[in-house]
Design a protein around this ligand. Structure first.
Ligand code: SF4
Ligand code: SF4
Length: 477
């Protein structure tokens, strides 16, 4: 793989040469259009999808409710103590990326990465305002005129609007979108919302509009990591030099037979990162396939077979070069590394689905008061105090019974409830809320001597959820 980070003469720094990617049509361009439409639609529209969860509950399908420490994803609510689901999803995303890279190289970089999608969008705006590659080169060389100023200003205004919409859409994931939009427009939204929008607007504008391919080449760690994910059976965009070389513009007039590459530079002109794929695999190549579209179009016009540049594995490249038959495309998929990634990815996915199905919708905690650990009452009985927390993780109100086991003479009372001491107490917890109160466990003095470890039991009196919690009764020495 050629690393073209250094300058032409091998120096460590060379100033950026502006890239003017030319419009191209073809299979991969169409695929990129479709993926761009889907990914942008998902990003911008998701916060506006409604999902009814019951009276008084958030009705936004995807919501990261930081204030109440909940994550809502359609029919799933994740509480802070269930963060392992989010961690599992992140691990799956990482392994999924390894899996995809092992099969089709940098498909993430070429089609799905936000940097690629937004840069592509900004490039289309640039072409819309300033014309295609040649018109942009001419415009850059022109002195400043009213027309040039109008085109440049128009481009930057549209970029800023897209950047603003991008930053704006992000904050809607963290609050009820229609409510927040109203507040933003009335200028009474929280400061953090405006600050987040400002930061994301600026980063989108700078990274997508101004820095573009430099982010992929210089800032992103993934191109360096993905080198370890590829093997000789991974699909990458490949220039088939065995067919293209020796290249030359005038095939018919040439004294010696030339290869199929007519050195038209079309593959370089369309490349969004300015790569000449004929020089081999490079860190700047995001495997978007646009050079394939460009070259196939040239081959079509010359009545030559398409595929001078193609998605190919190193094994197939070597086989073709030697005149041997190519492997099946399944060789890129069916290999031990892919099977291991797929097995890990699937295993984590299945484990998470199983955990989701059987997870408790009730959580309870009893924190023993330590200062003092016990109190001696006027009649000589000993009382221990506990901070009770019951999380009702369902979207309907529920009544829970808290009772004692292994502490035969123990009696329970609640600090703020008028109910007399008993073997159990009842606690009503609103939907999707956590109840907190202080409770007391009291033992008559004649039973204290044998008291020790015991268990709290919490049950949903109209359901099946049950939680037990082991505790210790503190008593005088
Ligand atoms: S587009 Fe094809 S023919 Fe033209 S320079 Fe590139 S590889 Fe050669
Ligand atoms: S060399 Fe081809 S595949 Fe690689 S980034 Fe450029 S156009 Fe895309």
């Amino acid at each position: 793989m050629t690393d073209h980070i250094s300058g032409e003469d091998g120096e460590l720094y060379s100033s950026r040469k502006k890239i003017y990617p030319k419009t191209v049509t073809g299979f991969f361009r169409t695929m990129k259009w479709r993926i761009m439409a889907v990914t942008l639609a998902v990003y911008y529209l998701t916060p506006w999808i409604r999902w009814y969860r019951g009276e008084g509950q958030p009705d936004q399908a995807v919501l990261i409710d930081l204030a109440n420490r909940r994550f809502y994803f359609f029919f799933i609510e994740i509480w802070p103590q269930e963060f392992y689901f989010v961690a599992g999803l992140l691990v799956m995303a990482g392994i999924g990326l390894f899996l995809v890279t092992s099969v089709i190289g940098r498909a993430w970089c070429g089609y799905f990465c936000p940097q690629t999608v937004w840069t592509d969008l900004f490039l289309h705006v640039e072409r819309f305002m300033e014309g295609d590659r040649n018109a942009q080169i001419r415009l850059d060389a022109q002195p400043w005129t009213a027309a040039k100023l109008r085109k440049r200003a128009g481009k930057h205004v549209i970029w800023l609007i897209i950047a603003l919409l991008t930053g704006g859409a992000w904050v809607f994931y963290f609050a009820d979108a229609p409510t927040l939009l109203g507040r933003l427009l009335r200028f009474d939204a929280p400061f953090v919302a405006y600050a987040s929008i400002a930061v994301l607007t600026a980063t989108t504008y700078v990274l997508g509009g101004l820095m573009r391919e430099q982010v992929c080449i210089y800032m992103c760690p993934w191109p360096r990591i993905q080198g370890a994910m590829l093997d000789q059976n991974s699909l990458t965009v490949t220039y088939n030099d065995w067919r293209g070389e020796p290249r030359g513009k005038h095939r018919k007039a040439a004294a010696t037979p030339l290869g199929d590459c007519v050195d038209c530079n079309a593959c370089v002109a369309v490349c969004p990162t300015g790569v000449d794929i004929r020089e081999g695999q490079q860190i700047g190549c995001i495997t978007c396939g646009l050079c394939i579209d460009a070259c196939d179009s040239v081959m079509g016009k010359l009545d030559l077979a398409k595929g001078l540049i193609s998605y190919s594995t190193l094994t197939d490249y070597e086989a073709s070069k030697a005149g041997a038959p190519q492997q099946s495309v399944m060789s890129a998929i069916l290999k031990p590394r892919t099977a291991i990634y797929a097995a890990i990815w699937g295993g984590i996915g299945l484990a998470m689905i199983a955990a989701l199905v059987v997870r408790d919708r009730l959580d309870a905690g009893f924190e023993h008061a330590r200062n003092p650990p016990f109190v001696r009452l006027a009649n000589g009985s000993i009382r221990n105090s506990f901070a009770l927390k019951i999380a009702n993780m369902r979207l309907e109100p529920r009544v829970f019974q808290v009772s004692l086991s292994d502490l035969p003479d123990g009696m329970l009372t609640q600090s703020n409830a008028p109910t007399p001491p008993g073997r159990s107490i009842r606690v009503q917890v609103p939907a999707n809320k956590t109840h907190e109160s202080q409770i007391f466990v009291t033992l008559p003095k004649e039973s204290v001597r044998n008291a020790g470890d015991f268990t709290f039991e919490v049950i949903d009196i109209f359901g099946t959820d049950t939680v037990t919690y082991d505790a210790t009764f503190f008593k005088p020495e």
